[in-house]
Design a protein around this ligand. Structure first.
Ligand SMILES: C[S@@+](CC[C@H](N)C(=O)[O-])C[C@H]1O[C@@H](n2cnc3c(N)ncnc32)[C@H](O)[C@@H]1O
Length: 812
């Protein structure tokens, strides 16, 4: 039975337990360890042998692995919204949760993660039972659920928040998220691009974010997630990151900063270059054993050789990122694995093959984050028992180890024999569960040093020149760098590695050995690499990491088109059924009519695109910035497997009231001679809630309606309130408006204890006799709960909505 309740203030401080309560120890799970089988002798043997933590920390490390993982969340969205919400958590929720006792145990309130900038990330460690049954935590939980649904809060593992912070994205950066789904880090990158957003107005960043994932289903999840922060700078693609094609853009777009919307076409004869990125995130697929606290199944399933099969793919993804990065640009490589084969070994191989890259010393960044340096020595596992290891690849090959295991080994999985000190692998960061009660994680920050002038004529420098990159066949672009500057040792190491791969593929089936690009004949080493990596990692890739799996389980279901999923699609072979992207001419009648009816002036009309099957009428209009437009204009969307671009701003309103509104508007236009375009009565578009922040700066101020708190309350709590139910002055104002899409500003104010801390601007749709708030149902619920404390999602409320709808119908 629930015995939740607030402990009296006089009951003593936390930990005191004057009323018989005791401080809850979330790690006290000795009884659970056996029950849940939180044992894996191989796991312990392998990581103990690697000395991933000092001897005297081992017990704390193991205890933390077995402990309950705290819940963490990040206050997301634009900085201003985030600050408002964060203040609310600090000043309203935390005090309310500060003295909770549940079943005799003191429950600690949420605390801020000390290292997260501006205190915007929080952690609390509360059993599910408490969340469900303690009235205080139940309320807090509902608040979290609502705000998560509208995108103001992102439930994300603490360690997973790190890579984007080290990426240091600015609004003008061209960014690539190579393995992005389900998109928690993509959201952080988007927020950084949108740092200039305010509460009601979204900026149009000059930069770009291409979020890519090879799994089509997860790509749609990614689109769904990123819809919470709509951005004209976002594109989503569905490709194998290790073979990501070069993207052509007019040469000037490769400069460090381009305007967000210049509206100018490339100068005649301007040459196209391959786009180079300022920032690339490689949050690669991994064995995921750092998530063992959350994904308990790993205790049972973990095998020491899990990481071996992923090493090659991880290296190829990183290598491709290195080729796409501009000079002085930055890559963050991360995994939720503890295994050095997936971490330091990948970084070491990549650095040896790319001499113009260095590991960045970020020890002064996020100073309160406790971390351990990257390893400089380790030994890959070659046997299930994790007892016998080998000092070198050669030693392993000469041993009696199973031939199938040998086939998955490569020299790069061992520490380099020479020059390991010069790589500064200790600059990599290892985050362990016992350090600050998190999951396990690995992060490395790499930068590309500018080349010396002389090198500009070298083969490597030439490759950096955009045109050269694209001159290679697509399947070969991910090849391990043949950098002219690579040392002899590195080159030899690479040759042995590739030979091993070649040898390994000799027994593979014809289908496995055939490369993704049917056009390329004579399979070379790269093609063989593709085949072996695929053979080795298919299972892992299909499942992705445990972290992502857990995230996906939490995430809402995608709403995109149903498409075939699987290996073939992941390689870019399968049928690609997305609609083409077409930019409208600025004088397109539908666009002109839409803007005129909504009183929008100076809108970047050259950057509006539609996605319709050829010949179909436009239903939704999207806005893209210049970089997104350039990418779409100069590249085949099918080759890029482009699944989303820009942000949806206007949508065609369907139904009887839309037709009536269109007819009335057309008649009105005819009567007063204000022609709104030839679309006439056919096209009635509305501004979307998600698009309004981008559109708002262009809406004629004189046509923005003034709302008030009582009107806001009615709009939020009722579904189709009749115009007549509003009090003056809003009633008169709305009745005077024509049917159709309108924008209302609700100035900050108070009503019965509810207060707006900043102006709120929202879209509405007026039909004959009623008016509707045109925001997503979940956003409406969150607003209602946040402002007025009303839960409009209950069955009773829904019945009320139905009743109101019926009243409206009969009145109409
Ligand atoms: C660790 S998860 C990424 C998590 C994501 N960055 C986030 O923060 O939400 C790895 C992702 O890589 C994707 N993936 C696997 N192989 C890939 C490949 N060859 N190219 C691109 N993505 C790949 C998986 O589908 C999975 O979504």
């Amino acid at each position: 039975m629930a015995r939740g309740g607030k402990r009296g203030k006089r009951g003593g401080g936390r930990g005191g337990g004057a009323n018989g309560s005791k401080q809850r120890n979330p790690d006290d799970r000795t009884d659970l360890i056996e029950q849940a089988d939180m044992q894996n002798e191989r796991f312990f043997a392998y990581y103990k042998a690697q000395q991933i933590v000092p001897e005297d920390e081992w017990d704390a490390f193991v205890a933390a692995l077995r402990g309950h993982l705290p819940t963490t969340f990040r206050v997301a969205g634009s900085r201003q919204v985030a600050t408002t919400l964060n203040t609310m958590i600090k000043e309203l929720h935390v005090p309310n949760l500060s003295d909770v006792v549940f079943e005799g145990l003191e429950i600690p309130p949420p605390v801020q993660l000390s290292w997260y900038p501006d205190g915007l990330a929080w952690q609390f460690n509360v059993p599910k039972k408490v969340l469900r049954k303690s009235p205080e935590f139940k309320k807090f939980h509902s608040f979290l659920v609502f705000e998560t649904e509208v995108g103001n809060i992102s439930r994300q593992e603490a360690v997973s928040m790190l890579p984007p912070l080290f990426l240091e994205v600015e609004p003008h950066h061209k960014c690539m998220d190579m393995c992005a789904a389900p998109g928690s880090k993509t959201a952080q990158i988007l927020e950084a691009l949108h740092a200039a957003d305010t509460e009601n107005v979204a900026s149009i960043p000059p930069g770009l974010l291409i979020a890519n994932d090879s799994d089509n289903k997860r790509t749609h999840l990614l689109i769904h997630q990123s819809a919470r922060l709509p951005s004209p700078a976002l594109m989503v693609t569905n490709l194998d990151a290790s073979g990501y094609p070069g993207i052509k853009v007019p040469a000037h777009m490769n400069q460090s900063a381009v305007p967000a919307i210049a509206g100018t076409a490339p100068s005649p004869g301007e040459r196209l270059e391959t786009l180079l990125f300022d920032r690339i995130l490689c949050d690669v697929p991994c064995s995921g054993d750092g998530t063992i606290r959350k994904n308990m199944g790993i205790w049972k399933s973990w095998l020491p050789m899990d990481g071996n099969g992923l090493h090659a793919l991880q290296l190829r993804i990183l290598q491709r990122a290195m080729n796409m990065l501009k000079s002085t640009g930055r890559i963050v490589y991360s995994t939720c694995s503890l295994n050095p084969v997936e971490n330091e070994a990948v970084i070491a191989s990549a650095l040896l093959a790319n001499k113009d890259f260095v590991l960045v010393d970020v020890s002064d960044k996020l100073p309160t984050l406790i971390r351990r340096p990257g390893l400089t020595t380790w030994r890959p596992a070659c046997e299930r028992a994790a007892v016998r290891t080998f000092e070198s690849y050669e030693e392993c090959m000469a041993s009696d180890v199973d031939e199938n295991v040998k086939a998955k080994m490569s020299p790069g999985q061992w520490p380099p024999e020479e020059g390991v000190e010069s790589l500064a692998l200790d600059r990599c960061m290892r985050i362990y569960p016992h350090l600050q009660d998190t999951g396990g994680f690995f992060v490395a920050v790499l930068e590309k040093r500018p080349r010396a002038k002389k090198a500009a004529t070298s083969t490597t420098a030439k490759r950096e020149l955009a045109d050269d990159v694209d001159a290679q066949p697509e399947t070969k672009r991910a090849r391990l760098d043949d950098d002219a500057n690579a040392t002899q040792a590195a080159a030899e190491r690479m040759v042995v590695e590739l030979e091993a791969v070649e040898e390994a593929t000799s027994g593979s089936t014809a289908e496995e050995a055939i490369d993704v690009d049917a056009a390329s004949s004579a399979p070379d080493v790269d093609e063989l690499v593709d085949a072996i990596v695929e053979a080795e990692t298919d299972a892992d890739v299909a499942d992705a990491s445990e972290e992502a799996k857990a995230d996906i389980a939490d995430a809402p279901q995608p709403t995109g088109p149903t498409m075939r999923i699987g290996k073939k699609l992941a390689r870019g072979e399968g049928g690609f059924k997305e609609n083409p992207y077409t930019f409208l001419a600025p004088d397109d009648p539908v666009l002109v009519s839409c803007l005129a009816r909504l009183h929008i002036n100076g809108f970047p009309s050259s950057n509006v695109l539609v996605r319709n099957p050829a010949g179909a009428a436009a239903r939704s209009l999207y806005l893209a910035n210049d970089l997104v437009k350039a990418v779409i204009t100069h590249n085949s969307f099918e080759r890029l497997r482009l699944t989303a671009a820009g942000t949806k701003v206007f949508a065609k309103q369907e139904g009887g009231s839309a037709r009536a509104a269109a007819t009335a508007a057309a008649a009105e236009a005819e009567a007063d001679g204000t022609e709104t375009g030839s679309a006439g009565a056919e096209a009635q578009f509305r501004v979307l809630g998600e698009g309004l922040p981008v559109v708002l700066p262009y809406v004629d101020e004189r046509f923005i309606m003034e709302g008030d708190m009582p009107a806001l309350r009615t709009l939020v709590e009722a579904y189709y309130p009749l115009c007549a139910t509003f009090a003056e002055p809003f009633r008169g104002a709305i009745e005077a408006r024509a049917s159709g899409s309108h924008v209302v500003r609700f100035p900050l104010g108070n009503l019965d204890g509810a207060s707006l801390t900043h102006d709120l601007v929202l879209p509405i749709w007026k039909s004959n006799v009623s008016v509707t708030l045109m925001i997503d149902k979940k956003a409406k619920s969150a607003l209602s709960l946040r402002l007025f404390g009303t839960d409009i999602t209950t069955a009773g409320q829904q019945a009320q909505a139905q009743k109101e709808k019926e009243t409206e119908k009969s009145a109409a």
